[in-house]
Design a protein around this ligand. Structure first.
Ligand SMILES: NC(=O)c1ccc[n+]([C@@H]2O[C@H](COP(=O)([O-])OP(=O)(O)OC[C@H]3O[C@@H](n4cnc5c(N)ncnc54)[C@H](O)[C@@H]3O)[C@@H](O)[C@H]2O)c1
Length: 259
């Protein structure tokens, strides 16, 4: 009865084992493959140094994916102190972009050098500026420009963060049409590769399901999955909008409670 269900549903081999990890498995529908796609397209591999912009669910999923792919160190940046504290508690290094210390200096404090091998934009066009006053305002090109600044020569930048063709509420006339002030010459001069677009979820979801089933990734804890009823959905949306370090999973049929 569901169009294309035979095409895009994922079969879980063992129902009982799957129900034990159902909080984690819910993340396969979007954020985990998206974060993973960001890390893969940023070229993360064994020993990589990685910077992830954004400590929301997608950024944390990218950070967890970078760890799964063998990164030596994963740094997560945000302007939201609660989300940064959560990222730190999950074992990631953090940079606080609401501070006036520039990103490359905070990276130098952690790595001893001002650059990383790979970076992921898990923020998109709703990015805030950097620094104490900048972070109070939307500045849609901030993340892309800052990533070109800190990624090493010939490095890759994965961009799962959303950019749009129209943004009626944008800060200026150009941004209203999705035109941002990108310092593309810097990316050219550093021979960067950029990878954008919607995530091909089905390219990754079966393998990520196995990684969950075999305890290679604790994604529900890392993104802060909290299961709520349908009645609590408006409250969940409100809290998420306010920037809590959680990913709400709505359980309209009490499947989780039954499990
Ligand atoms: N490509 C895809 O298929 C796909 C799929 C799902 C989500 N997305 C996109 O991924 C992005 C992230 O999703 P989410 O659910 O984690 O969003 P979110 O809004 O919960 O998280 C974004 C985080 O970025 C932080 N932020 C703002 N400005 C910043 C800056 N300059 N530097 C660092 N962090 C900054 C915010 O404080 C917030 O915590 C969104 O743009 C979303 O639309 C893309």
């Amino acid at each position: 009865m569901v169009p294309y269900a035979d095409f895009n549903l994922l079969r879980l081999p063992n129902r009982d084992a799957a129900m034990e990890k159902i909080r984690d498995l819910t993340c396969l529908s979007d954020i985990l493959p998206t974060g993973y796609h960001g890390a893969v397209t940023a070229g993360v591999g064994p020993g990589s140094t990685v910077y992830i912009a954004g400590a929301g669910p997608v950024g944390l999923a990218a950070a967890a994916s970078a760890r799964l792919l063998g990164a030596a160190v994963v740094i997560v940046g945000d302007v939201n102190p609660t989300r940064l504290a959560h990222a730190k508690a999950q074992g990631f290094e953090i940079v606080d972009l609401s501070r006036d210390t520039p990103l490359h200096e905070q990276i130098t404090d952690l790595l001893g050098e001002p650059e990383v091998d790979c970076a992921v934009d898990a923020v998109g066009f709703e990015a805030r500026g950097h620094g104490h006053s900048g972070s109070q305002h939307e500045a849609p090109a901030t993340v892309l420009n800052s990533l070109m600044g800190v990624v090493r020569v010939a490095g890759k930048i994965g961009i799962p963060g959303l950019y749009v063709t129209e943004d009626p509420g944008a800060v200026d006339a150009a941004a209203k049409q999705g035109s941002l002030s990108i310092r593309f010459g810097l990316g050219w001069a550093k021979s960067h590769s950029f990878h954008t677009g919607q995530t091909p979820v089905m390219k990754y979801n079966r393998q990520l399901m196995q990684a969950i089933m075999w305890d290679r990734i604790k994604i529900a804890d890392i993104v802060g999955v909290e299961v709520i009823t349908l009645d609590d959905a408006p409250k969940g949306y409100g809290e998420f909008d306010a920037g809590v370090p959680k990913k709400f999973v709505i359980d309209p049929h009490n499947l989780f409670r039954a499990a």
